[in-house]
Design a protein around this ligand. Structure first.
Ligand code: PAF
Length: 278
């Protein structure tokens, strides 16, 4: 695997591949890679000729400086995983390579920015769109692969792609779960053994909802799920919503795509999860 820290060098390498007629797949990440990330890589390998992964802990998307500071950065282990998975190139820039001082960025993405995650993490999606726009400009991928776990992020990036008419196709890949149901996340390493047990309430509740889903009972089901999660010791519910999968408005009976989304704090660790219901 080729490793690049400078955008110019990566661009040159990719230019050559493109002139050889190769399609480029891109898997952007914050690192601390787990099997969920690797499943994006496998999908990218199936759908494109060459795959670039980026590892960059983007400071502008962290609204909490403590969260940024403690974000795991196991770069040696990450490189090994990417090598083993047959990734073609890694882009691992320093902050100074990506940002020239205090850059201004604002993209008008409408309500999606302020709903659910946006409400609890103000400014987060501006930081995400800022860095993904930069990364897309450097990599110029044919396809970019994102995990369904960050469902709202995929909608936000899709919106950016549409607004700025970026020539890239987004592919949303299913959530990967541990055998006990916990959605894979780089943040799971912060969970104590006790927290981890309590965190299972998320997938249990989403599975229960899937089994009992009834379009005519969405308000009651939402309340019931929220109560199930709130009743779990050590778990603080931020939101539980059954939403329209296209715009994240509260879902009604006519809605075609329906998704349940949840965010909690378990101890000091913030976790999100979701399930597509229809
Ligand atoms: O989902 C992530 O890992 C990040 O938000 C992303 C898309 C790599 C942007 O920093």
């Amino acid at each position: 695997m080729k490793i690049f820290t400078k955008r110019k060098d990566l661009s040159q390498y990719l230019e050559q591949l493109r002139s050889d007629g190769k399609t480029i797949g891109f898997v952007p990440t914050l690192g601390a890679l787990h099997n969920g990330h690797l499943s994006l890589l496998v999908r990218a390998q199936q759908e494109t000729d060459k795959v670039v992964c980026s590892i960059f802990v983007n400071p502008t998307q962290f609204n909490d400086p403590k969260d940024l500071e403690k974000y795991p950065r196991p770069i040696t282990a990450d490189i090994e995983k990417l090598e083993q998975a047959g990734c073609d190139a890694l882009f691992n820039p320093e902050v100074s390579e990506m940002y020239a001082g205090n850059e201004q960025w604002h993209l008008e993405i409408g309500e999606l920015e302020h709903l659910l995650e946006g409400k609890f993490r103000p400014g987060h999606y501006q930081g995400v769109t800022q860095v993904v726009f930069k990364l897309f400009n450097i990599v110029k991928p044919d396809k970019a692969f994102f995990g369904q776990k960050d469902y709202q992020q995929v909608l936000v990036i899709q919106k950016m792609v549409e607004i700025l008419k970026l020539p890239v196709k987004l592919v949303m890949c299913p959530i990967l779960r541990e055998t006990d149901g916990l959605a894979m996340s780089s943040r799971n390493i912060h969970l104590s053994a006790g927290d981890r047990q309590h965190a299972l309430v998320l997938s249990k509740t989403l599975n229960w909802l899937m089994e009992n889903f009834d379009r005519t009972k969405m308000p009651a089901l939402t309340r019931e799920c929220a109560a199930m999660i709130s009743a779990e010791p050590g778990v603080e519910l931020e939101y539980f919503e059954i939403a329209n999968g296209e715009n994240l408005h509260k879902s009604d009976q006519q809605t075609k795509e329906i998704v349940a989304l949840v965010a909690v704090k378990v101890g000091v660790t913030r976790l999100i999860d979701n399930m597509i219901l229809a």
